[in-house]
Design a binder for this molecule. Structure first.
Ligand code: SF4
Length: 473
């Protein structure tokens, strides 16, 4: 493990931090280095802390850290020696790895027994539901860290809390979720209109040596299962001129010529095609995250392929148009087929299709329809290779489908088999995606309260906790 960390450290390109300030923070990513170096949220938290007056910041990667006491990535300092820990988590299934890291550092304790650094958690998963992590942290930040973290850091620097209780009341003053307080005050979900770009790149990151740039936050559509569009703040596209400046700056600073266009709604608005044309004029290469099929018009697909994107990704979610309509997805079979044809015509090497199963109101016919749709797509694809990712539906807090009942593991497996058979008949032999067990564990944590992780640590099995979540109607 130590060898890998050295390799990551030596080949990383980007800003460096030094422990030359009176206060130190450690940004802890709840998964491995290749995913952390590809995550703008984690990078942003680290950079905000390192830029704050009076603070310097380092990082730790929960799955890529030395055995024994965790030490930080660049400075080799024990996690317990920092003043503040800023943990970022995207996926609920990473909570146990994060708690393992705190435990290995001797920092896993209830509010009354906790010593050492102040512990703050944030990220997509705890923003949706702060309760599962709250017993192990002094505060949970919900929403966009950019909107509140600089003020919190300034508050600690200018008036350092003398006790844990003083820290809790400072966090509470800024609207963070503070589990230890009986009267926690108003809790906020923070939203920001600043947009992140990569602070560093590494060849082994998920996107290789690609500078990631956010095109916006939120989404203007209203898919009923999607946490992105129902979360606070609404659709916030980046200003086109500021975005171009940011792209020029980050590619120059990191010495890369490839840009990853990141966001839930990257292709929304007329500006997307103009942006692709501009990237081409500048001699840059680019890829975009998953696109809505109705936005993959001929020109857009062609430009993306010319910019170097080899595989286009479409989210159909459900196989039948009726179920997509019920989900508010607003995509017709015809639009999906037209997008596939545009990908082929543009010369894309691959097309990736995202599906879900176990959806509310789903019938066996809807699953068979996924096979019919896939067969039609394949007919349109020529030499372009089709791959499919299909995962069970997980109801997310804050969405209209948040209270949908959870199917049990047996039923999810049956539906998965049915879908697999329909895809096989359509010529897709296998597909990737979360397993029913992984999805149910995610759902149990997404819906969990402050007892679920303490019970896991006390020896309750995931199976028991999943069954309770399934039976709670
Ligand atoms: S289009 Fe995509 S990002 Fe937008 S609401 Fe629907 S699923 Fe969410």
């Amino acid at each position: 493990m130590k060898r890998e960390i050295n390799r990551y450290r030596e080949s990383e390109r980007g800003r460096r931090s030094r422990p030359d300030s009176p206060l130190t923070a450690c940004a802890v990513w709840s998964h491995d280095y290749p995913s952390g170096v590809s995550n703008l949220g984690h990078q942003q938290v680290w950079a905000l802390a390192d830029d704050a007056p009076g603070w310097s910041a380092d990082r730790i990667y929960a799955l890529d850290r030395p055995e024994g006491r965790p030490v930080s990535f660049a400075w080799d300092r024990p996690l317990g020696s920092f003043d503040l820990v800023l943990a970022s988590v995207c996926f609920e299934n990473d909570y146990p790895a994060l708690l393992d890291t705190l435990n290995a550092a001797g920092l896993l304790a209830g509010h009354g027994e906790r010593g050492g650094p102040l512990l703050v958690a944030g990220g997509v998963a705890p923003s949706l539901n702060p309760l599962p992590l709250a017993p192990f942290f002094d505060a949970v930040c919900r929403g966009d860290a950019e909107a509140v973290l600089p003020s919190v850091l300034e508050g600690i620097y200018s008036n350092p809390p003398r006790t844990r209780e003083e820290a809790w009341s400072l966090f509470s003053k800024f609207g963070l979720h503070v589990d230890a307080l009986e009267a926690p005050g108003e809790q906020k979900v923070w939203t920001s209109r600043t947009y992140a770009a990569s602070e560093m790149v590494h060849p082994e990151g998920h996107f290789g040596e690609t500078a990631l740039v956010e095109l916006g936050r939120g989404c203007p559509r209203r898919c009923r299962f999607c946490a992105v569009c129902w979360s606070a703040g609404g659709f916030r596209p980046a200003d086109p001129d500021a975005l171009r400046e940011q792209i020029l700056g980050v590619t120059r600073n990191l010495d890369v010529n490839r840009v990853g266009l990141v966001g839930a709604a990257v292709a929304e608005g007329d500006g997307f095609r103009d942006l692709l044309k501009w990237l081409k004029e500048k001699g840059l290469r680019a890829t975009a995250s998953s696109l809505r099929a109705d936005l993959v018009k001929g020109d857009t697909a062609r430009l993306l392929v010319e910019l170097g994107q080899q595989t286009l990704t479409l989210s159909a979610e459900a196989g039948s148009q009726g179920l997509r309509d019920a989900l508010g997805k607003g995509l017709s079979d015809g639009e999906i087929l037209a997008a596939a044809a545009a990908a082929r015509k543009a010369g894309a090497r691959g097309l990736k299709l995202y599906l879900m199963y176990g959806l509310p109101g789903e019938t066996d016919d809807d699953l068979r329809a996924a096979g019919t749709l896939t067969a039609e797509i394949k007919k349109n694809l020529g030499r372009t290779r089709l791959t499919v990712s299909a995962s069970p539906f997980v109801p997310k807090p804050g969405t209209p489908l948040a209270d949908s009942p959870l199917l049990d593991e047996r039923e999810l497996r049956r539906r998965r088999e049915l879908l697999a058979g329909a895809l096989r008949r359509a010529g897709v032999g296998s597909f990737t995606g979360e397993s029913p067990r992984q999805a149910l564990w995610q759902a149990a944590l997404t819906r969990g309260d402050g007892t679920i992780l303490p019970r896991l640590l006390e020896g309750e099995t995931r199976g028991t906790l999943i069954k309770e979540a399934v039976n709670r109607r």
